[in-house]
Write a protein that binds this ligand. Sequence first.
Ligand SMILES: [Zn+2]
Length: 309
Amino acid sequence: MPTNLMRRRLLAVAAGTATLPLARWAAAAGTQLTLQPLGDGLALVTGAGGPVVVADSGSELLLVDGGLAANAAELAGLLTRQFPGRRVGTLINTHWHWDRTGANELFAGQGARLVAHENTRLWLGAEINCAWEPRVYPPRPAKAQPTQTFFYGTKTLPFAGQQVEYGYLPQAHTDGDLYVYFPRQNVLVAGDVATGRSYPILDYSTNGWAGGMVTGLKSLMARCDVHTRIVGSGAALLGKTDLVAQQDMVFAVLTRIGQSYYKGETWEQFLASAPTQEFDAAFGDPARFLRTAYEGAWGHVNEIRRVTR
Ligand SMILES: [Zn+2]
């Protein structure tokens, strides 16, 4: 998009005269699901609204995220066909967003335990006013709420002969993000903290912000080598270099947001400085990222200069 057109569009969004794209949770019932083997009992299912990682022990399945509720029955059917005789014993949620937790009711109803960060459990039990969409999310039924939560640090979960690791990524995309690492397959599931070559969302309504994302990406990098396959927000597998590129971009834009705050600029003046100009060719439309990054950083104005890569 030409820069001038982009600026006009961003200004229109700022003025409330344009609508933000609604592609975030666009998948719907009837979507064709695709299963991609990742080797050694691990697979990636795409097309469910958000990526779903399936681990198979031979007798039981462990899922990381479950896609949208509208696709849950189709996902369950696919798993029954692909992994006959197994039941979903564990479903880990990388965060509360409904494209990740939509299948919670279905699999919990079949006996799965739901594992998540404690903040994800709290959000799923509350009405959420997501100001940047804008949309109000009602509380989910008790059945959808995680039954095994943690507060900080990393945990391990024995599954299929290995210790699956999961850990907290504080205040990044939301305040309940976690990653899941499968050491034997060297696969890292990063939720919506890692977006590859598209701009991330900082869901400030549930305490995500750009500084937390920079730190979260650093934590993810520490668990990677050059061979690690990373499942992020989209269908394409990512590598460590994608995390580095995303962190460089988020850090640069956060620095510019801080400089703009400290100068006392308005939002319009900040936009006029084209703060993502050199990144747009690689990451696409910056509108939603910039707005959520800018709003979310206000609550952390004294911390911006302390964020390090
Ligand atoms: Zn999300």
